[in-house]
Ligand binder design. Sequence first.
Ligand code: SAH
Length: 221
Amino acid sequence: MSLDDLNWLVSNTEPRATKMIQHLRAEGIAHEELLALMGNLPRHKFVEPAFSHLAYSATPLPIGRNQTISQPLTVARMTQWLLLYARLGRVLEVGTGSGYQTRILSHFFNKVHTVERQQWLHLQAKQRLSSMGVKNVEYLFADGQTGWPHKVEMDAVIITAMASKIPLALTRCLKPQGILIMPIDHPSPQIGCWRKEGDRWKRLGTEAAFFVPLLEGMEHA
Ligand code: SAH
């Protein structure tokens, strides 16, 4: 870390991160390890540089390629559901984006598989997390709607882009009793948490939230 980085962290990040954590607590995020992790993660390194001064605010921010990182509360809510309900073995994330959610997942799960359809974001996130010493993540540049290409079953699937219905292929790579977290725009934009019970889905939680759309195909850098 350069001296500039260090000065920035000392003079700016700490109070803003503390405020962010207070806000998360006030909104019902109670998992202490998650709060400690989010309080220590340099969120300003995951957003477009022009927006780094807003990185700890309760707002979604640009991460490049017309994509956005969710506001901290949405990331915390989705993660808290996983911590409450999922086995923390293997998780599939569709929509690597900046890698912020990936970084949080990597702290709690043994193994993270993350897929991104924008090559530029895929490469940036991979480099960012590697430089932070994150080792238990497999990155894939692909359309994540078809699931993970190898036959591994997931304890949880988290989709960080919004769709109208659950992509079937993704449900197939979930273990029985696996947890699915995704934003869905029907009947109104919201994030939801479901448990796979045979061929039924038991809804465990929902909350209003807005996301960029889940898109088809891949975009090269
Ligand atoms: N979790 C991210 C936020 C990502 S925004 C973060 O913490 O920064 C949603 C991301 O999903 C975007 O990067 C977008 O390119 C990606 N995406 C959309 N449709 C996709 C698809 N079918 N497969 C893989 N990634 C997709």
